[in-house]
Design a protein around this ligand. Structure first.
Ligand code: S3P
Length: 197
């Protein structure tokens, strides 16, 4: 057994009934090796994902940032220069590569769920828990309006997209966390609770 595997085993034994290790980190059932956060733009996938990864002591990856890292252009540039279809292809490739990782929290982009290939990948990748961060459309739009740091090329058609996507988020995710009244740290805690059953 490697030193890090031994450390993991010891930490596992120290895990308390509340799911906290002695280090204060939360632990998930062994059947979960990656947590994927899905939901519409403004649902808090990135902010919650970072906090969740910290809680678990896992790596955090944001799918949009992964696309940008692999392609060398920003998301708005890809939309403007190559169009949505090309963006979706890049997105699917980036997701497939992230799904090969263990002990990782992945924040999807809001539209990734519309692609059948992504839904199949999420459903067929073992030990992958998908969590839908849910909020009413009005709340999501308010959050997007105040989050001026993120350029969202598709915000204009939000209502139609939301209607199309909501049933897909519900179908693919095994868990749903309503984020309306919760601060990001509380959402991360609620995700851990949901995953611990
Ligand atoms: C999109 C959402 C964005 C980003 C791209 C397209 C969408 O991600 O992937 O602008 O189709 O809803 P966020 O949900 O992180 O804003």
């Amino acid at each position: 057994m490697s030193a890090s595997a031994t450390l993991e085993a010891v930490e596992e034994m120290e895990t308390t009934k509340t799911g906290r290790r002695a280090s204060g980190q939360a632990s998930l059932p062994e059947t979960v090796e990656r947590v994927v956060l899905t939901g519409f733009m403004g649902s808090g996938k990135t902010t919650t994902g970072k906090l969740l990864a910290e809680l678990l002591g896992w790596e955090f990856r944001d799918l949009d940032r992964e696309i940008e890292r692999r392609d060398g252009r920003t998301v708005p540039q890809i939309f403007a220069e190559s169009g949505e279809e090309a963006f979706r292809r890049l997105e699917a490739g980036a997701l497939a590569s992230l799904c090969g990782k263990r002990r990782v929290v992945i924040a999807l982009g809001g539209g990734a769920i519309e692609e059948l290939r992504n839904r199949l990948l999420l459903e067929q990748t073992p030990r992958t828990a998908v969590v839908y961060l849910q909020a009413p459309l009005e709340t999501l739009l308010e959050r997007c309006a105040t989050d001026t740091g993120t350029a969202r090329p598709l915000l204009g058609e939000a209502e139609a997209r939301f209607k199309r996507r909501h049933p897909l988020y519900e179908r693919v995710a095994q868990h749903k966390v309503t984020t309306t009244e919760l601060a990001a740290a509380a959402v991360a805690e609620a995700v851990v609770e949901a995953l611990r059953g």
